[in-house]
Design a protein around this ligand. Structure first.
Ligand code: PLP
Length: 435
């Protein structure tokens, strides 16, 4: 049995002064206890009790180059030696913005922020200013950050009747303290349902400023869009004067150098990107059509942030994207190979042990879940998975020296290799035998 005593005592110490003992509420859910990290490098992380793990949590997505990547570290140090942030403009902002407009198919211009939540806030503001309308369509099971105007409860009760009834837009808040009215501009729809989308957009186009969607439902089961669904979303929004925002905070720089929209060949009006873009340093961006982004140029839309575009974050993003783009994108071939080997291996182990399970993989990201269903292609099916069993599995994985998110989404980095895959599959084999 692994010992987590020091993490347990540090959590108690932390709780006395840091509300909740964790800096982001989601981290509190880890079992048997939220771990405290000591150090990390490459694909491995060590906790304060001296346990070492192969890391597939990767800080919830940003660490696409692995921990303490030497190229990224030296770019950051070099930038730090020139001053971390200026509150003035600098060449790194221009260089990064140029690069983003080159690699992201939908990007004429960009804005730089610090987190995915902020990028989404700006994209929604731009959409409202551009269209002169206020409502925003979002989808059940998607996550777009924790700002009051978009954070909803999960799952929402009686979601379908809300979609069908134009007068019943009462979307439940996601947390205490969120104003009752915060979500009154949100129309919550089921995802991957073309008829519902078309009926809603056609009947309410006059009041809808934007449709915001994850291009792959990474936050709930890594569910791929049904064939033609994103294309339909694009065509309808274009026809009806609605801004299409693809929230690529997870998929940006993960599914391809051009994100999911580059991979799928869809051109949204705006994208939001974060996580992998900075390789672990806080930076995010909104990118899109000049016509919309020009609202910031003209001063009609305010975009603010003390640390926006700071030299450390732009250097980190430039180094990260540079590493991902070099050798004709060999990084993506590798990421996909590792994810495919893991996903196929896990499917094989489900079968070998007669355990019901599904692995949904889209390129270099996948979600593993316990369920007796044959496939999970809709949020309602995702909700029927055995989440408790997965939490237990994640706990047993820690015992085996493998760190995975308690919710089932796995990330890989460019430094994960065959050794990690083999060790991980052997660990799962042993755990499945116990389950
Ligand atoms: C799709 C999506 N959008 C937005 C966010 C919010 O990003 P951040 O946590 O950087 O604020 C997340 C975070 O997980 C996300 O998955």
């Amino acid at each position: 049995m692994k010992n987590y005593d020091k993490s347990v005592s540090m959590l108690a110490e932390s709780k006395a002064v840091l509300a909740g003992g964790v800096a982001s509420s989601l981290r509190a859910s880890m079992k048997p206890t939220p771990l405290f990290a000591e150090s990390a490098s490459g694909a491995r992380l060590r906790d304060v009790d001296g346990n070492e793990y192969i890391d597939y949590m990767l800080a919830y997505g940003p660490l696409i180059l692995g921990h303490a990547n030497p190229v990224l570290t030296s770019a950051i140090l070099e930038a730090m030696n020139k001053g971390y942030t200026y509150g003035l403009q600098h060449s790194g902002e221009i260089e990064l913005s140029k690069l983003l407009t080159e690699v992201l198919p939908c990007a004429d211009k960009v804005c730089l922020s610090g987190s995915g939540t902020e990028a989404v806030m700006l994209a929604l503001r731009l959409s409202r200013a551009y269209t002169g309308k206020t409502k925003v369509v979002r989808f059940h099971g998607h996550y777009h950050g924790w700002s009051d105007s978009i954070f909803t409860s999960f799952p929402a009760p009686d979601m379908k009747s809300q979609a069908a009834d134009a007068g019943a837009d009462k979307v439940p808040p996601g947390t205490a303290g969120q104003s009752e009215n915060a979500l009154e501009d949100v129309i919550l729809l089921p995802w991957n349902e073309p008829e519902v989308l078309e009926a809603t957009l056609r009947s309410r186009a006059h009041e809808i400023a934007a449709v915001i969607s994850e291009p792959v439902m990474c936050n709930s089961g890594c569910i791929a869009p049904r064939e033609g669904f994103l294309e339909q979303m694009r065509a309808l929004t274009q026809e009806l004067g609605i801004v299409l925002i693809l929230d690529e905070v997870i998929t940006g720089f993960r599914l391809s150098i051009g994100g999911a929209h580059g991979r799928f060949g869809i051109k949204p009006d705006l994208v939001t990107i974060g996580k992998a873009m900075g390789g672990g340093i806080a930076i995010s961006a909104v990118a899109g059509k000049a016509e919309i982004m020009n609202l910031v140029d003209s001063g009609q839309v305010n975009h603010l942030g003390t640390l926006n575009g700071n030299g450390v974050s732009t250097a980190a993003a430039l180094a990260t994207i540079g590493e991902l783009a070099k050798d004709n994108g060999a990084a993506y071939t590798h990421l996909e190979r590792i994810a495919t080997d893991l996903a196929a291996g896990i499917r094989g182990l489900f079968e070998k042990h007669g355990i019901g399970g599904v692995v949904n993989q889209v390129g270099p990201v996948f979600h593993m879940m316990f369920t007796d269903q044959k496939e999970v292609v809709h949020f309602d099916q995702f909700q029927q998975r055995d989440a408790g069993k997965y939490t237990r599995f994640a706990e047993l994985m820690l015992e085996e020296g493998v760190l995975v998110r308690p919710n089932g989404l796995w990330y890989v980095s460019i430094v994960h290799g065959a050794e990690e895959v083999n060790l991980t599959l052997q660990a799962i084999d042993r755990i499945f035998a116990r389950l």
